[in-house]
Design a protein around this ligand. Sequence first.
Ligand SMILES: Nc1nc2c(ncn2[C@@H]2O[C@H](COP(=O)(O)OP(=O)(O)OP(=O)(O)O)[C@@H](O)[C@H]2O)c(=O)[nH]1
Ligand SMILES: [Mg+2]
Length: 291
Amino acid sequence: MSEFKSGFVAIIGKPNAGKSTLLNQFLGEKLAIVTRKAQTTRHRIMGILTEDNYQIVFSDTPGILDAKYKMHERMLEEIKNVRKDTDVLLFVMDVNDDLEENLELLKEYKTNKPVIFILNKVDTIHKKDLQELGEQITAAANPQRIISISAQEGIRTDQLIEHIVDLLPVHPPYFNEDNMSDRPVRFFVEEIIREKIFKLLSKEIPYHTAVHIRSYKDKETLTKIEADIVVTRETQKIIMIGKGGGMIRKISEQSRADIEEFIQRKVFMELRVKVRKDWRDSDIFLKEYGY
Ligand SMILES: Nc1nc2c(ncn2[C@@H]2O[C@H](COP(=O)(O)OP(=O)(O)OP(=O)(O)O)[C@@H](O)[C@H]2O)c(=O)[nH]1
Ligand SMILES: [Mg+2]
């Protein structure tokens, strides 16, 4: 029998490349929230995949962007930190995105560890274009491996796992096999609510919003959750609540359904909308909201 392999694998790339979709595909579980909007992920999320002869500790990270707020600076710091203790770096690019820009980012973010360059969303383009892209990437960056996949459809994601395991060091597992993530349930609850806000509200508002669990109590027959939705302006609060409370009710109902599925218990939820001007630039609020 071959020796057990184990290591840390960071998933990095531009916003909307499909990093969180890939993490979920690897784990066969919806751990990270996914939306059509860019900049969905704000925190590193660990996802642990344990099999008979390997354990891969994935870290999904926020998309790399220009920092406009302190919140973004925190996100970039997190990516830089994750990168440091990684055994293999997965660089994810949307095949439809600009290659030059991605190569620049890879240059800036790569370490001395092996890189797998992932061309994602191949379900959206022709095969012929792919070959040319691959040649350009090899010429410019010469990563250890290049693979084209569809994170969403699960195309070649199994082969990708084989590539990763191939590059991992021989090492005993870092985590107990029952663990799937390093984050507590509260974190996932906040993320589920944030996902509904991204999906239900258009344009800018989701980017101004934080979700903070005020209270989480497991009662006998149900779990009672009180959460704050934090926005930066009074006008946003009005939209978040909606006519006759219609919007906040939708957010609450859709989140509750997903949370119940996630924790396998009945949930009673109470959402409150709060205005905190400039929370994205305030050290105090960023800390309170987990950034
Ligand atoms: N067609 C297609 N769409 C995909 C694929 N992978 C991801 N997507 C879509 O791309 C969008 C962004 O996916 P995410 O997984 O949230 O991207 P991300 O890189 O985590 O984005 P940030 O968290 O903003 O950095 C979503 O609408 C996904 O459904 C794929 O393989 N094919
Ligand atoms: Mg993401």
